[in-house]
Write a protein that binds this ligand. Structure first.
Ligand SMILES: NC(=O)c1ccc[n+]([C@@H]2O[C@H](COP(=O)([O-])OP(=O)(O)OC[C@H]3O[C@@H](n4cnc5c(N)ncnc54)[C@H](O)[C@@H]3O)[C@@H](O)[C@H]2O)c1
Length: 341
């Protein structure tokens, strides 16, 4: 049974708090925010929680086992490092941190202290994403050709990070999970239409060593909320629409057959359209599974399902994509990085 502290009780932190309060592996909660009014609101629901406005004081508690960080990106590294140095297990919301150097330091610190370091890639815990991984792993789509994703809405404009750092971690963590490989190249284009210096629209292109390619579109400046991913393979195609209530995943038995011609006259393409199947999905809150995985990993002394290395892989793509965006979409090569100490 664990004593867990949550730092950041703004928009997202209260979701972590709710899931901790409902988890039997957590017996005591500490809540921290610079803004006392935000903690007060949480205390109305969870009166037994211990309130803190000073993070250093919260993590100085000797019986505090773990910290979950739901503050803006610019604070992740400092807060995570302080907690790890005090020997606490740490969960950091996406994006893990602001640079490769920061990520390497946190991973090395967690290893030297033998503490869990988890990263909030919530979608990896969601039933449709898990189902798609099963479908891909059993080769149902055939050879994977490409992925195309759209994550757009009106808002929420961030003050300190571009739309890439805000929205792309979701799609990138899914792509890496599904493909089991990181891209070797990325390029991105975009523009800062509303706030100067903070791109609010971005188009990203990724190339993988397996030959697969991926494209993703991110925007805080779009009339309607779209969360749609298309995956095309040599045998079948799949559409995942996260805004759907029923049938979030659909598998299309569609494709093109190309017969190598002996002569030009025999040149032939045939289009195949078969059944559309919507697989049954389990029903649970992804965040509940994510919080439970973090707490279980601590108690079982194992790596969490999304750890610092997973977080770092995404950060490396974000860094390269942002650099490409600043250089009019030039191709950035993403090299290997040694993450083990
Ligand atoms: N996993 C997901 O699906 C998901 C969804 C939304 C946001 N997030 C992530 O959650 C994090 C927080 O996002 P948000 O939208 O809740 O931000 P927010 O601005 O609404 O809330 C952040 C809170 O942190 C507090 N804070 C900042 N620095 C602090 C410090 N040093 N000590 C104590 N409190 C501090 C602020 O007062 C604020 O209340 C971000 O990393 C974001 O990317 C994840």
């Amino acid at each position: 049974m664990l004593h867990v502290g949550v730092v950041g009780c703004g928009y997202w932190g209260p979701n972590l708090v709710r899931n901790l309060a409902e988890n039997r592996l957590c017996h005591k909660l500490s809540l921290c925010d610079l803004d006392g009014a935000k903690i007060e609101r949480q205390l109305l629901r969870y009166p037994a929680a211990k309130p803190w406005t000073d993070y250093e004081e919260m993590i100085a508690q000797s019986d505090l086992d773990a910290v979950m960080i739901a503050t803006p990106l610019s604070t992740h590294f400092d807060l995570a490092r302080k907690a790890l140095k005090r020997g606490k297990h740490v969960f950091v919301e996406k994006p893990f941190c602001a640079s490769t150097e920061q990520g390497l330091e946190l991973i090395a610190l967690a290893e030297s202290k033998q503490r869990c370091l988890a990263v909030g890639h919530t979608f990896v815990f969601s039933p449709p994403v898990i189902k798609i991984k099963e479908i891909l792993d059993r080769g149902e789509l055939g050879k994977l050709f490409y992925i195309s994703s759209t994550r757009v809405n009106l808002g929420l404009h961030q003050k300190d990070v571009s739309v890439i750092w805000d929205l792309a971690p979701h799609d990138l963590s899914m792509f890496l999970h599904w493909l089991g490989e990181a891209p070797v190249e990325v390029l991105a284009n975009g523009k800062d239409f509303v706030q100067r210096g903070i791109p609010d629209v971005a188009f990203m292109f990724l190339r993988f060593a397996s030959g697969a390619i991926a494209h993703a579109q991110f925007s805080w400046l779009s009339p309607s909320k779209l969360r749609r991913t298309t995956i095309v393979g040599s045998a079948k195609m799949l559409v995942y629409d996260d805004t759907e209530h029923l049938e979030q995943v659909k598998i299309f038995d569609k494709g093109v057959n190309f017969r190598d011609p002996d002569t030009f006259g025999e040149y032939q393409l045939s289009y195949r359209t078969g059944d559309i199947v919507s697989p049954k999905l389990e029903s649970f809150e992804p965040l509940q599974a994510e919080v439970n995985d973090f707490l279980s990993a601590i108690l079982q002394k194992r790596r969490p399902r999304c750890d610092g290395e997973d977080g770092l892989r995404v950060v490396r793509i974000l860094e390269a994509a942002e650099k490409s965006l600043m250089n009019s979409g030039q191709v950035e090569v993403i090299g290997d990085v040694k993450v083990r100490v």
